[in-house]
Ligand binder design. Structure first.
Ligand SMILES: Cc1cc2nc3c(=O)[nH]c(=O)nc-3n(C[C@H](O)[C@H](O)[C@H](O)COP(=O)(O)OP(=O)(O)OC[C@H]3O[C@@H](n4cnc5c(N)ncnc54)[C@H](O)[C@@H]3O)c2cc1C
Length: 381
């Protein structure tokens, strides 16, 4: 059997998992290469907990280069272009040919899409989460605004979770009454993807905590202490926290894989793009689920797609039966405090339509969240 080159772009949730699944399923004569611009990766899902002082950055980081110990050829470098015809990837350190390619480069942030937002706060990267944590520690009172710009953005529960956790933190400090908490989201309802029951329960949980929610109201500009919104309104706040506009990485869009759209369309069963043997998984792709909705951008989905793609590529190389079609299964956490969280998600590609919901808040979900974190550090997900 001729030896194959499997090349994976990106060592985040999707890329790292694909590399391990495909490596474990192939003879050592086949090469599995993973390229990333970074050697270490931070678990963004823990950023809201980090902001409220409930996570140590040292335990929410993993080393991508450690994949080399498990037979993956790790290359540190910036991917600068994809040539899908000659089947080559160019990086700032050389050209890498491929037989099978998995694009798992995630989403990039466009701060210029909301003028002034780069001077506000955020929690969508590790560095910003640390800066926000330090800023909040010094605040004595006032109005805090958490505002998303436009969908899609990673982990749709995250702005809601950030608000709930700030409520909990300020309460624990005994200063909750000195603050107004306001959340602005562009969607018509919070967690609409999880159905009307979830929407009603999230609204009730926010009201109970006196957190003001504004829907269909994305942030469009930040100017000093003033935030302006898509409905024409604006307000002054002591702290403005934004969720950036997400875009497909430039190198992917330039390759033509987005086919004129914003994200890479794929076959929902196999995650294969329109180019045979080229797959796109995780935040970089779009998988519609009806009613204008799509599978959310979250690590659990990137990881689930990685399992399917890793097994599928290996089955093609080994000339075996393909794995079952991807089912869109996954759940995210909506955390309320250090002792209470709920799971939101389900099976997005069930044959009779998405089966998605919001579970009850419990301490058990906190335990599952900690398990998720440990599994992530050990590359199990
Ligand atoms: C605040 C917040 C909370 C979240 N909470 C959750 C949660 O509770 N549960 C959950 O499942 N998900 C959560 N997520 C979402 C999750 O982090 C992402 O959906 C997930 O990381 C996507 O995985 P991915 O493999 O597609 O991309 P990523 O994990 O982003 O990986 C992309 C990789 O590509 C590399 N890369 C990009 N461009 C280049 C280039 N040109 N050259 C070389 N390397 C490049 C990057 O360095 C990166 O390592 C959250 C995200 C945020 C921001």
């Amino acid at each position: 059997m001729a030896s194959s080159n499997v090349v994976i772009l990106g060592g985040g949730f999707g890329g790292a998992r694909t590399a391990l699944v495909v490596r474990e399923s192939l003879e050592s004569s086949h090469r599995v290469t993973l390229i990333d611009r970074r050697e270490t990766m931070h678990l963004c899902g823990m950023n809201p907990m980090l902001v409220v002082g409930e996570r140590d950055p040292a335990t929410t980081t993993r080393s991508i280069s450690r994949l080399a110990e498990r037979g993956v050829d790790f290359r540190l470098g910036e991917v600068t272009s994809l040539d899908l015809e000659s089947r080559e990837v160019t990086t700032d350190t050389g050209v890498v040919p491929f037989d099978h390619l998995v694009v798992a480069l995630g989403a990039s942030y466009d701060w210029s899409a909301v003028p002034g937002s780069d001077s506000a706060h955020s929690f969508y990267s590790f560095e910003e989460a640390v800066r926000l944590r330090d800023e909040i520690a010094g605040l004595r009172g006032g109005t805090i605004v958490i505002a998303a710009a436009r969908p899609p953005y990673k982990c749709p529960p995250a702005p809601l979770e950030m608000g709930m956790l700030l409520h909990w933190l300020l309460g624990r400090r005994g200063v909750r009454d000195d603050f107004d908490l306001k959340i602005f989201i562009p969607e018509p309802a919070p967690l609409g993807v999880a159905g009307p029951d979830a929407v009603a329960r999230v609204r009730a949980a926010l009201e109970e905590r006196h957190i003001e929610l504004h829907t269909a109201c994305g942030v469009v500009e930040v100017s000093g202490r003033e935030a302006s919104f898509s409905d024409g309104s604006s307000l002054e706040a002591d702290l403005i926290v934004t969720v950036p506009v997400h875009r497909c990485p430039g190198v992917v869009a330039e390759s033509g894989l987005t086919e004129g759209g914003s994200w890479v369309p794929v076959d929902p069963d196999t995650l294969e793009t329109s180019v045979p043997g080229v797959f796109a998984i995780g935040d970089v792709n779009v998988i519609p689920i009806g009613e204008g909705k799509a599978i959310p951008k979250a690590g659990v989905f990137a990881s689930g797609q990685a399992e399917t793609v890793g097994l599928l590529i290996a089955s093609r190389i080994n000339d075996q039966e393909p794995p079952p079609a991807y089912d869109g299964q996954g759940e995210c956490f909506l955390t309320f405090s250090d002792s209470e969280a709920a799971l939101v998600g389900g099976t997005f590609l069930a044959p009779d339509g998405p089966r998605v919901g919001l579970g009850e808040a419990s301490q058990e979900a906190i335990r599952l969240k900690e398990e998720f974190e440990q599994d992530w550090r050990r590359f199990v997900i």
